[in-house]
Design a binder for this molecule. Sequence first.
Ligand SMILES: [Fe+2]
Ligand SMILES: [Fe+2]
Length: 273
Amino acid sequence: MASLAERAVQVLTTADGRAKCALSRAHAAEWMASRAAGSPLPIGKATPPDAPARPERPELLDPRDVPRRRPGSPTGRAALLHAVAHIELNAVDLHWDIVARFTDHPMPLGFYDDWVKAADEESKHFNLMADCLEALGSHYGAMPAHAGMWRAASDTATDLHGRLAVVPMVLEARGLDVTPGMIDLFRKAGEAGPVAALEVIYAEEVSHVAYGSKWFNWLCGREGSDPKEVFHRLVRHYFHGTLKPPFNEEKRADAGLPPDFYWPLTETAPDPA
Ligand SMILES: [Fe+2]
Ligand SMILES: [Fe+2]
């Protein structure tokens, strides 16, 4: 029987979005069933690829070259859904990557429960966005998308603290800040399908940020370091740029992210590393 790490690599090396998400959901269901039965799949070891497999389409462009479309127009709204689908597909891979990449760190099984559940939810989110695009007569792959989404993962490939700080606690927390505005935009346009899908995403993303802060704090607690200081140092080292307010302080608090973690990172500071 394939280990959890081997299953993670199977997802990472599947290129097609729908196929990746179907495999991701099947592996997540098997992990959860094995946990409920009291006989968890072995975590095992496997080597994740440097970057996950991607379909031939969308074309991946430098963010500066991705055409900007007015969000007030139907094509602009479709482009927004396409961009979210791309983010969700990347998130599926990010969560399976953290499962496979850091097996040398002894972690409680709860660490794997959380990231497998997050990966399962991202797979659902990708499917929801792909469904919305298809309802508009489009599809994932019909427009160009940002290259370089995997950069945060590459930069933190050997640093679990850094990965948790940058991916769930910075990038996914940013999703909490911007999603309400997106929901509003689709609501004003009278597009009920995207509103319902984005509301699911918004509700579930809080827990992904919470898993990040939970395990980051856990690691710092295990070694007796100050989580806030370590967070500031790692984000300044690995994250390119400053954090941009306004922040969704309420949802960030729900996710266990206090203001003194992120506010000091809104200004540039010298990289101490
Ligand atoms: Fe998501
Ligand atoms: Fe997420």
